[in-house]
Design a binder for this molecule. Structure first.
Ligand code: ATP
Length: 378
């Protein structure tokens, strides 16, 4: 392997991997649409994560790219060439699944050598590449062991070595850390990130864990019911969610619903008799949803000075000490809950305390209710 060069010898980290282009991919099982017009462009060398709840279509998408599932319609290109109709074993793609499918009767070295043997790589070259791949996943001392003599995390590292040993331009991973405990998962996430950086290959990674997606990815595609809701960096998805679904799926959020009142250039929303002003303007009436991130909310005792900010009254429903601060759930007058995070020593509230939640209009995200997309924002 020549990190930093692609098969044509062009330098540059990105050029080692293959770009992937999915255009209007659909997959139907009878009348059920597992995928409904999925379009996604993945750049060469990019770490793209497919994120979404169970059953949203992530694995089906990965399987279509791998060639394990045939799409009902749509176009798919890998490295600029259509692979529609090309069988999986001819696509030259590395794959790692949640359940390590290592061959139990083969040693670690023979497992990793297997894809090379299939490709006719033999002798000293095969040995050299097996050693290099095991070095990459820090398993060089385990070549003689059998899979049953390894921990779950070690088996996954071997599976990863086996997937990269033939230097594929694309690596697909489906919940590879799903069966491991939290500490090991967090450590392996950083290892996978390092390996991606060193290889420069395109990685496509499936998870339902939003924190994992944020740690790993250059960009994230958020899936919901067989469609992609939004594609962006973790920061873009967190700061500017395009839909309520994305806003709620990435990070903690407070969601408030109310009746909109538009006057002059300003939109105010009435929630439980209290007016909340936002910096955004609604072009029509509709039923907007307000989304607020926990770090944008401040807690105060009732009647404290709010500096002209919006204020909603409520009562502490839950107080969770996190070590680095506290997280509070506030039961608001209209029955909704606000999630507030605070690192201030002074914010030492107890369950039942009467409080006010303060926030600036500029920090409010106005979104359409998922089931009633009737909003036009200006
Ligand atoms: P998970 O995180 O649970 O793996 P996912 O987002 O990967 O979920 P998929 O495995 O892609 O979801 O499944 C999408 C939908 O397609 C699900 O509702 C699933 O039941 C359905 N599905 C998948 N394979 C088949 C099949 N062979 N026959 C019928 N329905 C299927």
């Amino acid at each position: 392997m020549n990190p930093g060069q692609d098969s044509r010898g062009n330098p540059g980290q990105d050029s080692r991997g293959a770009a992937i282009d999915l255009r209007s991919i659909s997959k139907a099982y009878g009348s059920f649409k597992a995928l409904d017009g999925v379009s996604l462009h993945i750049k060469a060398g990019e770490f793209m994560t497919l994120l979404g709840p169970s059953g949203s279509g992530k694995t089906t998408t990965l399987n279509v790219v791998a060639g394990f599932t045939e799409a009902s319609s749509g176009a798919l290109e890998v490295g600029g060439k259509s692979v529609v109709g090309v069988p999986a074993h001819k696509r030259n793609i590395g794959v790692v699944f949640q359940h390590y499918a290592l061959f139990p009767h083969m040693t670690v070295s023979r497992n990793v050598a297997y894809p090379l043997a299939l490709r006719g790589v033999a002798g000293a070259e095969r040995e050299r590449r097996v050693r290099q791949a095991l070095d990459m996943v820090k398993m060089a001392d385990f070549g003689h062991r059998f899979p049953s003599e390894l921990s779950g995390g070690q088996q996954q590292r071997v599976a990863l070595a086996r997937a990269i040993v033939f230097d594929p331009p694309l690596l697909l991973m489906d919940e590879p850390l799903g069966a491991l405990d939290k500490k090991l998962r967090e450590w392996l996430q950083l290892e996978i990130k390092r390996i991606h950086r060193e290889l420069g290959t395109t990685f496509v990674y499936v998870t339902h864990d939003q924190e994992e997606a944020l740690v790993l990815s250059d960009r994230i595609a958020v899936f919901n019911r067989g469609r992609i809701e939004q594609i962006g960096t973790g920061r873009e998805l967190y700061d500017e969610p395009a839909t309520l679904f994305v806003g709620k799926f990435i990070g903690d959020s407070t969601v408030l619903r109310g009746a909109a009142a538009i006057s002059g250039g300003e939109t105010a929303i009435e929630i439980a008799g209290q007016k909340v002003a936002t910096a955004k303007r609604l072009a029509n009436g509709g039923s907007p949803v307000m989304l607020l991130r926990p770090e944008k909310l401040t807690l105060a005792r009732r009647g404290a000075d709010g500096d002209g900010r919006n204020r909603l009254t409520g009562r502490i429903g839950e107080a969770i000490y996190l070590g680095s601060g506290s997280k509070y759930e506030v039961d608001l007058a209209d029955g909704s809950k606000a999630i507030v995070r605070s690192t201030l020593e002074a914010d030492n509230f107890a369950i039942g305390d009467e409080v006010e939640v303060l926030f600036a209009g500029a920090d409010v995200k106005l979104l359409a209710d998922d089931d009633k997309a009737d909003l036009t924002l200006t």
